[in-house]
Design a protein around this ligand. Sequence first.
Ligand code: FAD
Ligand code: DLZ
Ligand code: SF4
Length: 518
Amino acid sequence: GPVLVPILGDQLTRDLASLRGRTKDDSVILMMEVWDEATYVRHHKQKIALIFSAMRHFAEELRDAGWKVDYTKLDDPDNAGSFTGELARAIERHDPRLVSVVEAGEWRVRQDMEQWADKFACEIEILRDDRFICTQAEFDAWADDRKELRMEFFYREMRRKTGLLMEDDGKPTGGEWNYDSENRKPPKDGLAAPERAKFAPDSVTQEVIELVGDRFGDHFGSLDTFGWPVTRDEAEEAADAFFAERIECFGPYQDAMVAGEDDLFHSMLSTSINLGLLDPLELCHRAEQAYRDGNAPLNSVEGFIRQIIGWREYVRGFYWHQMPHLQKANALNAQRGLPEFYWTGDTDMACLADCIRSTRDNAHAHHIQRLMVLGNFALLAGIDPREVQDWYLVVYADAYEWVELPNVAAMILYADGGKLASKPYAASGNYINKMSNYCAGCTYSPSKKTGEGACPFNPLYWHFMDRHRERLEKNHRIGRIYATWDRMGEERQRDYLDSAESFLETLEPAGAGWARAD
Ligand code: FAD
Ligand code: DLZ
Ligand code: SF4
């Protein structure tokens, strides 16, 4: 029989390891829309539509290039509903001599994959996903060598490995590894970015949008605004637009937030990168070229490259290094249910409301919104990590567990006890006020510290610091804050704690069934 090559929904790469060196007349490619993947959490409608549409387009592209593609649609009457079930059916149909597959990105799916060799009579080959720059062996060796894992040092290794922004003498271009100090500009009045490239749904996407509306109509989020790139060509066009119009300001305004400006100068390429439509390393080379050609400043280019070969590779290595226990980590013992407003957007905190609106409309929010508004609130309010993890996995079109979980459990919630980040990203209303224009349109005031009308982030901040004093006081990056706390005196402290507690009492926990079927 032929070689059977299953390609998963986030492996839509022409140069995938399992396709390399295969001949077209001796291989059958298997692609599967399956109920299990579409529902293990109740993904945002746009996320499912994006993945199905991109899968269908990719299958078409492969067929046009002469490959045989066996494609199961979600509605096919005999659809077994799972990867393993569909593979079993395909093995019966094709009687392959070999199944060659690239390792799944997520632990859950990889567990299943590892059972295939025992389940099926034919030979199974699981190949390394070499679309990532750092191998797991490399990451593990790096991590096992040190007591503290810090992205910055990992990132330097990746700069050396790739040669990106490196000079012949082994020094980083411009003399520094990191230009973040130039990348914290608050938004000027009226700061607005060029419209991102949006792609009107073609007939394939429209069909998928209908399917999703039909079958997943009660999942979170809107389908109306769908405009994601669904093919490699469209993704390239989106990348072109970013390099032409937005990279210049990408660095300086990376941490800025403006109400109603959902993309600002971000690349909006994460969905395409994660699906496999764009090659992360190629994007980094393009960014470097933009700098060398004098078309983009070093701080923007270095920042962009760091997000990709630094953070993106780092969280993936960290995920596999820490699984499966990362899923259950809860170092701060956070127990509160996720507030209902994360799903409805119904809150009078203007910053949260805008971030949740963007999340619902676009299946996207940019990094600083995910980190310093939505994440910061979940941290300070002590929301149960598992509920926060489910939320992030559901709502973002770019969310796969390997990238979502480290960002949520470790980066925003400190649930790993500080393995990934050196301190919790906790901030009061002052930070959000400085980096955004949200507060001007809010019923609360960021300068009011406690009581009626005070920005809830202010008392929540001190409530958080106070309740985790024992752990955080020892942290050299945050411990000094307790001197300020102690100087306030008991009455002021009591004000903060009472304000926080009355606020926390008002939070309505979300009902069951939003993220997972009951
Ligand atoms: P840009 O700002 O243009 O950045 C360029 C690229 O860098 C991104 O496309 C992405 O590939 C990469 N990148 C940047 N930051 C990170 C990071 N922290 N981790 C990994 N890659 C990064 N990103 C996801 O792809 N999927 C997720 O599920 C996801 N969940 C997140 C959850 C939280 C709590 C936080 C704080 C961040 C999360 N991120 C996630 C990272 C980041 O927010 C998104 O990658 C980014 O907002 C995507 O938009 P963009 O393409 O415009 O990014
Ligand atoms: C996220 C997702 C969804 C919603 N549906 C499918 C699907 O029907 N078929 C498929 O191959 N992949 C899907 N995916 C992406 C997978 O969840 C993702 O490829 C793996 O989980 C990565 O380990
Ligand atoms: Fe958010 Fe507080 Fe500003 Fe309101 S005042 S927008 S709640 S930071």
